[in-house]
Design a protein around this ligand. Structure first.
Ligand code: SF4
Ligand code: SF4
Ligand code: FES
Length: 237
């Protein structure tokens, strides 16, 4: 069996190692599909739903998340149809209403074409994307963080609300969180939240990864201040 598969994404022929997700295959070819909860090398959970695409099979279309979809030989994917753009814009709009103080989320919303937010702002400090928990568990094998509670009460917590001894102080949970990546200067006051989107130009490029933008490689080497750049380069060695 070949170690590679060839599929079509938005009409372009894309070759990817077998086992690659459609999202990673697209990103590797410079086809931008917005995403938030996805991180390369970590098991996808498909919770944010920003990365939805249409899969065309036997003339029928199915909408699914591309981070949880394994690329297969001959697959036909449409990532930017009107149907997908509309649904994705709505998802991004709901997301920015949840957490208007996140520059990363404002940026994603802007790039998904959000102009106004029709949903009530909720000013949450966590959008439950799970990036911190999965980085802690799967990359650092620490299991210091986990989700607790259900529904409205669901949140990320340390055991007994204290940092355990086995926490590796790696800071991945902070570096990868969309709420902490160059956060806005201060929380918007309750009732005064708005869709700003002015930081997009600052968020779109990184000196170290010139072809990356905040939504394609969220938190992976991205840093507008250069604060972490040296350390992240060190970490990659
Ligand atoms: S700093 Fe601690 S809690 Fe955060 S990701 Fe690293 S090991 Fe987990
Ligand atoms: S703390 Fe941040 S990274 Fe963790 S689930 Fe919440 S928004 Fe996502
Ligand atoms: S559902 Fe695919 S990136 Fe979140």
């Amino acid at each position: 069996m070949s170690e590679y598969v060839t599929l079509t994404i938005n009409g372009a022929k894309v070759r990817a190692p077998r086992g690659t997700s459609v999202l990673d295959a697209a990103l590797d070819y410079g086809i931008c599909i917005p995403h938030l909860c996805h991180m390369q090398g970590v098991i996808p959970t498909g919770v944010c739903r920003l990365c939805i695409v249409e899969v065309i099979e036997k003339g029928r279309s199915k909408v699914t998340t591309s981070c949880t979809l394994e690329a297969e030989e001959g697959m036909v994917i449409l990532a930017h149809t009107d149907k997908i753009l509309k649904a994705r814009k709505n998802i991004a709009e709901m997301l920015v209403a949840e957490a208007p103080n996140s520059r990363a989320i404002q940026d994603i919303a802007l790039k998904c074409g959000v102009k106004d937010v029709r949903y009530p702002f909720r000013n949450k400090d966590c959008v439950l994307c799970g990036r911190c928990v999965r980085a802690c568990t799967e990359i650092w094998r620490s299991r210091s963080l986990g989700f607790v509670g259900r529904g409205e009460q669901r949140h990320v917590a340390l055991p007994f609300d204290e940092r355990p001894e086995f926490c590796k102080r790696c800071n991945a949970c902070i570096d990868l969180c969309p709420m902490t990546i160059t956060p806005c200067d201060g929380p918007m006051k309750k009732g005064e939240e708005y869709f700003c989107g002015k930081c997009e130009s600052q968020l779109s490029m990184s000196e170290d990864f010139v072809d990356s933008c905040v939504w394609c490689r969220l938190g992976e080497g991205f840093d507008v201040t250069g604060r972490h750049a040296g350390r992240k380069q060190e970490d990659k060695r």
